[in-house]
Design a protein around this ligand. Structure first.
Ligand SMILES: *Cc1c(COP(=O)(O)O)cnc(C)c1O
Length: 407
């Protein structure tokens, strides 16, 4: 696929279409047995979205339980150190359970309640989405089962314990690589069997329709707040907005409000890993191809036979072979541009933000920070960059210590 030039603007509300298509991307590539439940979910969500009572309750829970609104912080010393554009950080790291993921978990839990479900299941890779889901299940009184690859459970033992503290049952998946991809398959299998009383809380802007749209909508509050906050602080919109992209939920939530603001450049940052060689990274737009994975047509890292490639990133949350379909759509139109940052650069940015701002960023978010530092130094002093600080780095402290000790 070559990148076409931006021709005519599209209304951000017009996509996806009824079948969940973002142009050639997205859709519903699932077994027949899942079509009914997915359509029911799409219909229930469409109704909830238009219901003022649902929206009011959502706002209330985001504030009282989630910790919204989050601040937009001017990183003065980071700005001075880079010498160029002013850098602002959207502080999603301040949210309950430590990252943006709670926005989506709260939204989907309220939807599950509205649909009369009693049981919630979810997949998790590193554990962040599992922790957010377990927390909302405790909060709203749902039975909760989290699927997690056995290998991930071993690497993230503390997160497994945190989920169990909130009353979740964590089921280890002993298939294949024993990581996120296999955990998603098992969660889908459970959902098919138990859909009558069970809702599946998918954790990123990925998978079959209606998830990419629904997850995007639940995170759009990030960009809405950012717009008000930057207008208040600077009296104008930023020149560039930057967010890391795993499945793409924090990024699309951050960008959505700005898609039709043509003066604002939008940049997604993927994980460059150790190098851009097969198996060494997770930059789907650098080495990926069009394909179908877990319900959705999008850019995927795969070999010539369509086998999903191994991926690597220092940050578990960016380490996935597929990217959200909406990102692929806007990339074709040159509306969202993509860059990648490697492990070493992300670790440097992590250290820098700790040292000169007193903020410990998640390793995922550190990819966005690293790219912002690069960009800021190339831009004039009166320009403005907003970066989405998607989560806090407490969860990564041990891993960073281990890497530093090795060096
Ligand atoms: C999960 C996670 C990500 C990656 O997921 P997206 O869906 O791409 O946002 C990024 N940052 C943090 C802190 C995360 O926990």
């Amino acid at each position: 696929m070559s990148q076409t030039t931006f021709t005519k603007p599209v209304s951000r509300q017009a996509i996806p279409d009824k079948g969940g298509h973002f142009g050639p991307y997205g859709g519903m590539y699932v077994p027949e047995t899942l079509m009914g439940p997915l359509y029911d979910l799409a219909n229930a969500y469409d109704e909830a979205r238009e219901d003022p009572e649902f929206q009011k309750e959502l706002q209330h829970q985001l504030r009282s339980f989630g910790g919204r609104p989050t601040g937009l912080y001017f990183a003065k010393r980071l700005t001075q150190a880079c010498g160029g554009a002013k850098i602002y950080l959207k502080r999603e790291d301040m949210l309950h359970t430590g990252a943006h993921k709670i926005n989506n978990a709260i939204g989907q839990a309220l939807l599950a309640k509205r649909m009369g479900k009693q049981r919630i299941i979810a997949e998790t890779g590193a554990g962040q989405h599992g922790i957010a889901t377990a927390a909302v299940c405790a909060r709203f009184g749902f039975e909760c089962v989290i699927y997690m690859g056995a290998e991930d459970m071993r690497r993230q033992a503390l997160n497994v314990f945190r989920m169990r503290l909130s009353g979740a049952e964590v089921r280890g998946v002993e298939i294949g690589q024993k990581t996120l991809k296999e955990a998603i398959n098992e969660a889908m299998r459970d959902w098919v069997t138990n859909v009558r009383n069970t809702h599946y809380v998918l954790g990123s802007a990925l998978g079959s329709h209606p998830y990419p749209r629904m997850v995007r909508d639940f995170h759009a509050v990030i960009g809405q707040e950012t717009k008000d906050q930057i207008l208040e602080a600077e009296g104008r919109l930023p020149d560039e907005m930057i967010a890391c992209v795993g499945g793409g939920s924090n990024a699309i939530g951050f960008f959505f409000e700005f898609l039709e603001e043509e003066s604002v450049k939008l940049t997604g940052v993927e994980a460059g890993g150790r190098s851009i060689q097969d198996g060494e990274h997770a930059a789907r737009f650098d080495g990926g191809k069009l394909g179908v994975l877990q319900g959705c047509k999008t850019w995927i890292l795969q070999d010539g036979e369509g086998q999903i490639s191994l991926t690597h990133s220092v940050s578990a949350g960016l380490d996935y072979a597929a990217v959200g379909p909406e990102h692929a759509f806007y990339r074709d139109r040159n509306r969202i541009r993509f860059a990648h940052v490697n492990d070493e650069e992300a670790l440097k940015a992590f250290g820098k933000l700790c040292e000169i701002e007193g903020i410990v960023p998640a390793l995922e978010s550190s990819h966005g920070i690293a790219h912002a530092m690069k960009r800021a130094s190339e831009m004039p002093a009166n320009s403005i960059i907003c970066v989405n600080l998607s989560g806090r780095g407490d969860k990564d402290a041990e891993e960073v210590a281990r890497i530093l000790n090795k060096e």
